[in-house]
Design a protein around this ligand. Sequence first.
Ligand code: SF4
Length: 215
Amino acid sequence: MNSQDLCRDAASRLRARDAAACGAVGRSVVAALDAAFAAQRAGGARIACAPGCAYCCHQRVGVFAYEAVALLQQMRSTLPLAEAGAIERRILVNASTIDGWTPEQHRAANLRCALLVDGRCAAYAARPSACARYHSLSRARCEHSFDHPEDIGTPRNSRPALAELQELGNSLDSAMEAALADAGLPATKTELHQTLRALLKDSSAWPGLTPSSTP
Ligand code: SF4
């Protein structure tokens, strides 16, 4: 299925506006990016990413609203209640911290993602497409970028990513924006924690979301 078909199918499913549809679409987008990644790796792409390396999980991430629903549903339906509750509390703390920053300050802060647990994403199968498309070609450059946020915006700060996956992710975003707008759904990306906080406070627009265990 190409990007246009995948996103048309997604928009049609998302018209249901429920958590199950968001989860299915989120996982299908991640699966498409993972399949493209596997093909690149099989073709000899020199990927530096490895389990436990999480420099990129300290960056600013933008998500569509449906991706945040998918992420929360994945977390609540697969993690022990106490772990999901701890992550939800971290989401609220991070969102409130980010409220006081400009996007540039956030990008320079190396703020650890609330979903990062023991070096891994707690909702990996439904992680945002911005995360699934990112595969580094140099761990040393990621490390330098992490250690020297003052270099942000300069060539010294660049993190070399696998271009084919970035291009596929961008093309999926464009097709998804059009499809979401057609379906009358939010089609603009917003910051991950702030989007999740809005959902934690009021998820009535997305029926079927597993309830939180946190008070
Ligand atoms: S959502 Fe998951 S993959 Fe994305 S930054 Fe957070 S921990 Fe990392």
